[in-house]
Design a protein. Structure first.
Length: 88
């Protein structure tokens, strides 16, 4: 099992406005980035409204949108990478 975190936090949960969400996602996007956005926990209308602009902006930059499993196939972690153990 591989723990996967995000590299770009749009902070959409704070409801900063659609333009701020778009700006946050696009300004920090890099090859291999994982953009965090929320789909629950309250009103997500700003997040939903931001999605088309984010998707179009990324595609204009020639980014391909993929799932995390697809991303790991394209850019796997170094072999032999040891992950810390978590005590339960």
């Amino acid at each position: 099992m591989l723990m996967t975190l995000w590299s770009v936090d749009t902070r959409d949960w704070t409801r900063p406005g659609t333009r701020a969400i778009v700006r946050g996602a696009l300004s920090a996007a890099r090859p291999g980035a994982i953009i965090l956005m929320h789909d629950g926990g309250g009103d997500r209308s700003e997040t939903i409204a931001a999605l088309p602009a984010i998707i179009n902006g990324l595609r204009r930059r020639h980014y391909e949108l993929v799932t995390v499993p697809q991303l790991l196939k394209l850019d796997p972690p170094p072999s032999g990478q040891h992950l810390p153990h978590v005590a339960e």
